[in-house]
Design a protein around this ligand. Structure first.
Ligand SMILES: [Zn+2]
Length: 231
């Protein structure tokens, strides 16, 4: 028995409820010796116990939760007893379904960049991201080489959203990317985002260490960040 058995609720009279929409279901033949059920409302099929956890419809949620708790790809694979490939594929799929939050106009932001690498220390990357100063929510992020381009993706978003003030560290690139009227490097201006970095660091380190190849891992890194920030 695993964690995913008996997910479907059965009422007293043996009535099965749908695991997707919890409406009433009917028996619908069997597959590999297992009773299949068909939902009358959403027309989806399911069985009671999934032998391979990867097929369990609730697995995506578990992946999301584990990821947000700082589990690496391999630990998720071990804990949920699904293959690494499935974990990676699902992470991409989950991330695809997440949309960026809508940015409010005329707010104050903190902007910072984290240094990380994929696969080797030589493959240096920046994760640039911005949080709203009042709500602390992450409004945008970019993963890329350590160039102005990566930072520009975020500074442009901030300029477009009529940011009143953008607090950054003293990295000189920001000076050319942000108009001086809204740019500030004052001490303690980036306190909140620095604190967020600490939490993120742990997670990022795991993610970058466990990836298989360079091109793929960048996209997985982005996907994980997307889930971490907005799921
Ligand atoms: Zn249903």
């Amino acid at each position: 028995m695993n964690d995913f058995t008996s997910k479907c609720s059965t009422s007293v009279d043996g009535q099965k409820n749908c695991i997707y929409c919890s409406n009433k279901c009917v028996k619908n033949g069997s597959a590999y010796g297992k009773q299949r059920y068909l939902c009358k409302s959403c027309k989806r099929c399911f069985i009671n116990t999934y032998d391979y956890n990867g097929y369990d419809p609730t697995i995506n949620n578990s992946i999301k939760e584990h990821l947000k708790e700082g589990c690496g790809i391999r630990s998720i694979s071990r804990l949920l007893k699904i293959s690494v490939t499935t974990v990676l594929r699902r992470i991409k799929k989950i991330a695809k379904g997440i949309t960026k939050p809508i940015i409010a106009m005329g707010k104050e932001y903190e902007l910072d960049e984290l240094c990380t690498y994929v696969r080797e220390k030589n493959n240096q990357l920046w994760v640039a991201y911005a949080i709203r100063k009042d709500t602390k929510e992450v409004i945008d992020f970019a993963v890329g080489r350590r160039t102005n381009n990566t930072l520009k993706q975020i500074t442009d978003t901030l300029i477009l959203s009529n940011a009143v003030k953008v607090y950054t560290d003293k990295l000189k690139q920001y000076g050319t990317l942000l108009p001086t009227s809204i740019h500030s490097t004052k001490r303690n201006g980036t306190n909140h985002i620095e604190r967020k970095n600490l939490t993120l660091r742990t997670h990022l380190k795991r993610l970058s260490r466990r990836t298989i190849c360079f091109s793929r891992s960048t996209s997985i890194l982005s996907a994980c960040l997307k889930i971490y920030f907005w799921a």
